[in-house]
Design a protein around this ligand. Structure first.
Ligand code: NDP
Ligand code: 8X3
Length: 248
């Protein structure tokens, strides 16, 4: 299989690249930090093709896809993984610029990548799109405001893809993890406050990037007649809270 992974310079994306390549598949590893892509490509050898790509920039997407060598063009699996959260402040104190960056990356970027690659899958009558959602898309929490909303978008967009793709042979999955450590997610969210980022995982045994990579690999290698619509994963130490009630 040829697997196109967005956001392969860190976290889930890098782990997914290693997992698919480790099972003998070819991976197109993309992201903005070129030196990271080159290091991962050097590690994975001929199985990996590094591609500089900013999912918020349509020209960057078009250029990256146009430059793919012919033998890398039939993409079997698209993993829309690039994404981020910025901030944990309440809505009325949050930065509109941060909100727009999350929407541009997690929603518009994912849509643009899907629109660019989906027609070739439909034309070949096969393919799998795995969109990385989040439990934040289903369960609200204080400070989750726009981040959670972008992941709710990812889930519904994926289900609507399913509705359109019936009969085409192309599959679509929303893969929604909960608390997952060992990636740069919280460092990015806390804007470089690494102590605050580390606190998120204090005293927990969170999911790992390998857990998510193994799940993506399982989804992509199921028999062609099986489509996982939606899969939600939490670490065993995570659960649900009560509704908040402000009492007089
Ligand atoms: P990381 O911060 O470790 O990795 C994020 C990746 O996204 C990086 O490779 C980064 O690459 C890439 N990225 C960000 N913006 C862009 C952009 N504009 N264009 C291209 N690539 C971009 O985070 P995770 O691996 O933890 O997160 C991956 C996905 O999983 C995200 O969508 C996140 O929302 C989701 N998720 C994470 C969870 C967690 O707890 N860790 C739980 C649930 C979902 P670069 O900066 O080089 O461009
Ligand atoms: C990341 C999981 O709970 O930090 O999507 O929002 S959470």
């Amino acid at each position: 299989m040829i697997v196109f992974i967005t956001g392969a310079t860190a976290g889930f994306g890098a782990a997914m690249a290693r997992t698919f390549a480790g099972h003998g598949h070819r991976v197109i590893i993309s992201g903005r930090r070129v030196e990271r892509l080159q290091a991962l490509a050097a590690e994975l050898g001929a199985a990996a093709l590094p591609v500089e790509l900013d999912v918020t920039d349509q020209a960057s997407i078009d250029a990256a896809l146009a430059a793919l060598p012919a033998d890398w063009q039939p993409i079997d699996v698209l993993i829309n993984n690039a994404g981020l959260a910025l901030g944990t402040t309440p809505a009325h104190e949050s930065s509109l610029a941060d909100w727009n960056t999350m929407i541009a990356t997690n929603c518009a970027g994912l849509v643009a990548m899907t629109r660019a690659i989906l027609p070739s899958m439909v034309a070949r009558g096969a393919g799998t799109v795995i969109n990385i959602g989040s439990t934040a898309g289903s369960y609200p929490y204080p400070g989750g405001n726009v981040y959670g909303a972008t992941k709710a978008f990812v889930e519904q967009f994926t289900l609507n893809l399913r509705a359109d793709l019936v009969g085409t042979g192309v599959r679509a999955t929303n893969l929604a993890p909960g608390l997952c450590g060992g990636t740069e997610f919280s460092n990015v969210r806390m804007k470089g406050d690494d102590a605050a980022a580390a606190k998120v995982y204090e005293g927990t045994t969170p999911l790992t990037a390998d857990d998510i990579a193994n799940t993506a690999y399982w989804i992509a290698t199921l028999p062609p007649h099986v489509n996982i619509n939606n899969i939600e994963i939490m670490p065993t130490c995570q659960g649900f809270g009560p509704f908040a009630i402000k009492r007089n």
